[in-house]
Write a protein that binds this ligand. Structure first.
Ligand code: HEC
Length: 416
């Protein structure tokens, strides 16, 4: 029963988290677009504000922005903050639910570092808190004055964080923590900077004073940072479904750097384009494609099977390269010795009635308890066992390299 509760809780939390994140990122995209598309209109004095026209859902909207502040303020002011807070809070609980409460399956890889569950959680939470302090310091320093300078240093910090996480956590644990760190910066920007600054502006206006324009500028700096972080964060959050991204601890930091830079550059394209279509920086797509292509090559080079495809020497561990070279569809039922092997290493979790403590249903619906079922999953097994060593999770059932070699040889035979 307990494992069903874990699954169900994970489902509900993820649902809430995704919906809140869509609302947050949606409003971030909307306001960046709105800011970029503002045009001067004759009825607003130069430098005091600008307006943009929009059509949506059968109506026309004239949106006006007051630079600094309007003469008077409507009492019905909509604050955009709960999307951010809900996203961060649900994300943090989800992180704890999956990665801290079930750390043996997802976060702790004894081959990387044999952490106890409390130590792993403390390390993760401590890194998020420290990461915010470092980031906030950098933004307030002289580096913060230059948008490109800040972007470059931010990218460096993200890469170093990914490196640090990859030294202590499983591959997927490292990627989710890198994403969680960026998401913490974003939520912190809203909670500690953007909203408090806006409150000060509103308070000054209500007192009939002229608000300090630097408050708005600082909020704008953080809001732009958030916008550039959106695409990379979303990729980090879905990365756990793609073992190719974390096949090797060594390639994780560079892959993170390339993906983050590519995502930010794609946002840059849209931010400039929305201001003026004629100035669209098309080079941004070339840069992002090059970055993602390089990340792909690294991901392939980081996985045991990929190295043999690229003609690279095998890594120290891993099955013999010759057995990995083939690629092709499986499908046929495997010979008995393979069925036995899978029964001993995988079927305790991947069965109609799993016997592994904490696993209630076959994970991701993958059953490996009959010869036919194993045959059907041949490609998935290749990805999880041969191309990457994602399964068994953190090698909890202690599968040996010889055994991976046996699986690889069967897949090579089946492809012939
Ligand atoms: C301790 C339990 C456990 C053992 C043992 C185990 N798995 Fe898994 N497996 C899981 C879990 C949990 C997931 C879901 C992972 C996730 O959510 O990303 C999974 C997912 C999978 C998937 C689907 C991956 C995807 O992303 O679609 C395949 C295929 C798989 N395992 C194959 C195997 C093979 C082959 C073995 C034996 C060599 C094995 N597993 C051993 C727990 C286990």
């Amino acid at each position: 029963m307990e494992s069903f509760v874990w699954e169900w809780g994970s489902l509900l939390l993820r649902w809430l988290h995704i919906v809140a994140a869509m609302a947050w990122i949606g409003s971030s995209f909307f306001f960046m677009h709105l800011d970029a598309s503002l045009k001067r209109t004759p009825d607003i004095p130069a430098g005091a504000g600008a307006a943009a026209w929009q059509v949506h859902g059968g109506g026309f909207y004239e949106m006006r922005k007051y630079f600094v502040a309007p003469e008077h303020l409507s009492p019905d002011l909509t604050w955009h903050k709960w999307q951010a807070y809900t996203t961060w809070l649900s994300g943090f609980v989800l992180l704890a639910w999956i990665y801290y409460a079930q750390s043996q399956l997802y976060l702790v890889d004894p081959a990387v570092m044999d952490l106890s569950a409390p130590a792993a959680a403390a390390l993760g939470i401590g890194a998020l808190a420290l990461g915010w302090l470092v980031y906030d310091r950098i933004c307030r320093s002289r580096l913060g004055a230059s948008e490109t300078g800040l972007a470059a240093v931010g990218l460096l910090v993200i890469t170093l964080a990914a490196f640090g996480f990859s030294q202590v956590f499983s591959g997927r644990g490292a990627l989710i923590h890198t994403g969680a760190l960026m998401a913490t910066w974003m939520a912190g920007n809203v909670f500690f900077i953007i909203i408090p600054n806006q409150r000060k502006v509103v308070a000054a206006l209500l007192k009939g004073e002229r608000p300090d324009p630097s408050l708005g500028q600082q909020a704008k700096q953080r809001s732009a940072q958030n916008n550039y972080l959106t695409l990379p964060v979303v990729l980090m959050m879905i990365a756990n479904h793609y073992p190719i991204l974390f096949a090797s601890q060594a390639t994780i930091p560079l892959i993170v750097a390339l993906v983050t830079a590519s995502g930010a550059v794609i946002r840059y394209f849209y931010n400039v384009r929305h201001a003026d279509h004629a100035r669209s920086p098309w080079w941004a797509w070339a840069a992002a494609s090059a970055g993602l292509a390089a990340a792909f090559v690294l991901a392939v080079a980081g996985s045991a099977g990929g190295r043999s495809v690229l003609g690279l020497p095998p890594q120290a561990e891993g099955p013999p390269a010759a057995a990995l070279a083939s690629a092709g569809p499986g499908g046929a039922a495997p010979p008995d010795h393979v069925v036995e092997l899978v029964a001993g290493r995988c079927a305790m979790c991947h069965a109609a009635e799993p016997v592994w403590d904490g696993i209630g249903v076959a994970p991701k619906g993958v059953r490996l308890d009959t010869a036919e079922a194993i045959g059907r999953q041949a490609e998935a097994i290749r990805r999880q066992v041969v191309l990457t060593h994602n399964m068994p999770p953190n090698n909890v059932t202690e599968m040996t390299d010889e055994e991976r070699g046996v699986i690889a040889a069967w897949l090579a035979d089946a492809a012939r």
